[in-house]
Design a protein around this ligand. Structure first.
Ligand SMILES: C[S@@+](CC[C@H](N)C(=O)[O-])C[C@H]1O[C@@H](n2cnc3c(N)ncnc32)[C@H](O)[C@@H]1O
Length: 254
């Protein structure tokens, strides 16, 4: 692996600072409410989420239909961005549940906090942290959700092992991510910009599922997000060449 973690984090922070601060800008991936509705999010629930969260949504799929969230569950949203999925989950787990959103990018965290202030929800909190070293207690969550984040890490084994650590036994990981149909060449893998655009870090799908199982999970369901596609021609061309696509995965901690 020829990618430098610190350099990559700089690219990722720059990219997602722009998504937070200039949500109407041009990105290589779709953002905002139109893609949320295409992916299958309920418009009625989206109406209950601050528009400042929706406009900076940069997720890649819909995983909430893999298994319903239950009232009272404790949920971690890994790479929560401006907060859409955290709010969406909070509406489902109710006042007895709680959602913790965690993100590494200051601008996203600031935006998530201002969104929280204008929302009527009191069962959500946001904090800074890295997926590779979660600042969270062992076995403190029933569910981990994540949307378009884990593909960005060059040390995915570490991320899955951290997710396993913070989940209770039998707890579940429900997430959407970008994968490929073929192995990516090193010229794509070693390109920080393509990585931050959610392509360079994507794994071949079967190998990805095996990696999750090796980390101590049982894969229970996978489902393609067929309505997701990249929004600029150059990225879409690379995506077609390497069969880059979005899937949602439900994996249970053994
Ligand atoms: C594609 S965006 C998705 C944001 C959010 N999940 C959504 O659906 O709108 C990726 C987010 O993950 C965060 N992120 C990327 N790598 C991370 C890491 N290693 N640890 C924590 N957050 C990370 C970025 O700052 C960014 O906010």
């Amino acid at each position: 692996m020829g990618i430098d973690l610190q350099e990559l984090r700089g690219y990722i922070a720059d990219m997602y600072t722009d998504v937070a601060e200039l949500p109407r800008g041009k990105f290589h991936f779709p953002t905002g409410r139109p893609i949320l509705e295409l992916l299958g999010y309920s418009p009625e629930l989206l109406d209950k989420i601050p528009s400042g969260a929706l406009e900076s949504f940069a997720g890649v799929g819909y995983h909430f239909d893999l298994e319903p969230l239950r009232e009272g569950e404790r949920v971690l949203d890994l790479g929560s961005g401006a907060g859409t999925d955290a709010f969406f989950a909070a509406l489902q787990v109710g006042a007895k549940g709680h959602v913790t959103g965690l993100d590494m990018t200051e601008a996203m965290l600031e935006k998530a906090h201002s969104n929280l202030e204008v929302s009527s929800l009191s069962n959500v909190s946001f904090r800074k942290g890295y997926a590779e070293s979660l600042p969270l207690d062992d076995q403190s969550f029933d569910v981990v959700i994540s949307n378009g984040v884990i593909n960005l890490s060059p040390v995915k084994d570490t991320v899955f092992s951290e997710i396993r650590r913070v989940l209770v036994p039998g707890g579940r990981l429900m997430f959407s991510d970008i994968v490929t149909g073929v192995e990516l060449p090193d010229s794509v893998r070693d390109n920080c910009a393509l990585w931050a655009e959610c392509i360079g870090g994507a794994q071949e799908s079967k190998r990805y599922l095996r990696q999750i199982e090796k980390a101590g999970f049982k894969i229970e369901k996978t489902s393609p997000n067929e309505s997701y596609s990249f929004s600029q021609d150059s990225t879409e061309t690379a995506a077609q060449k390497f069969q880059v696509h979005s899937i949602s995965i439900l994996a249970r901690r053994l």
